[in-house]
Design a binder for this molecule. Structure first.
Ligand code: PRP
Length: 220
């Protein structure tokens, strides 16, 4: 008997790249994920279903075993901080950096800074380990607006091209983490559905290795 495997994908910027990677393993959802309002999708592989989740929720679904595997950004895993899953593979998608940024012309700053971020856990750790006392302000998006409007002095956010920072007169001040999409696997499912999950991990690992070889060839 083959048991069903559920894979949680993070909606947003990296979804397309995650689907491209799966397509290379001959895994494809039976419906268009972008146009359907469904959240669970059958695929061309009868024993594999795909759930489309908020990035921050992928780790929660995998931790609780509702999804057996997940693909989500390291930024969300750092915030989640949970156990209950393995992180066997860097999928190399959605590469960016978690940084501290501030206005290019900051002027005089108070002793205690206000820092806006959606990554409150990692930001608190960062400032605690630097011995700097700050007030963290939780935001859910458009972080760059916070220093521009005076809501906060600094932000902790993701930067990919740097265009959003530049467009808002901000500069990167420190790099906190290298971020990319990771594969996570529920620890119990890894045992109970070992053969299917292991073959998926191996195939993904091979596809990622082939991709980086191709990328290397292009730049050689
Ligand atoms: C992310 C991030 C930055 C921007 C960085 O926001 O929070 O704002 O992308 O990309 P860049 O360096 O290539 O300009 P996103 O567009 O995902 O929206 P959000 O503000 O809702 O998080």
């Amino acid at each position: 008997m083959t048991s069903e495997v559920v894979l949680g994908l993070a909606k947003g910027r990296t979804l397309e790249a995650e689907l491209d990677l799966l397509a290379r393993l001959d895994i494809a959802p039976l419906e268009d994920l972008h146009t359907s309002r469904k959240l669970v999708f059958a695929t061309n592989q009868p024993d594999l279903k795909i759930m489309v989740l908020r990035g921050m929720d992928v780790a929660t679904y995998v931790e609780h075993g509702i999804a057996d595997l997940g693909m989500t950004g390291r930024d969300t895993l750092l915030e989640h901080g949970g156990s209950g899953f393995y992180e066997p593979l860097d999928l190399g998608l959605g590469r960016c950096q978690m940084i501290v940024a501030g206005l290019a012309d900051e002027g005089d700053l108070p002793a205690r800074l206000k820092v806006a971020t959606k990554f409150t856990t990692r930001a608190k750790q960062y400032y605690a380990s630097s011995g700097i006392q700050v007030d963290i302000i939780r935001l859910y998006g458009a972080m760059e607006l916070a220093p521009v409007t005076g809501l906060a002095h600094r932000i902790v956010d993701l930067v990919e091209t740097g265009n959003t920072l530049r467009a808002n007169g901000l500069v990167p001040l420190d790099m906190i983490e290298e971020i990319s999409t990771r594969l996570i696997v529920n620890k119990i499912a890894y045992k109970t559905k070992f053969a299917r999950i292991r073959s998926l991990i191996d195939a993904l690992e091979q596809a990622v290795a082939d991709t980086s070889l191709t990328t290397h060839d292009k730049t050689a």
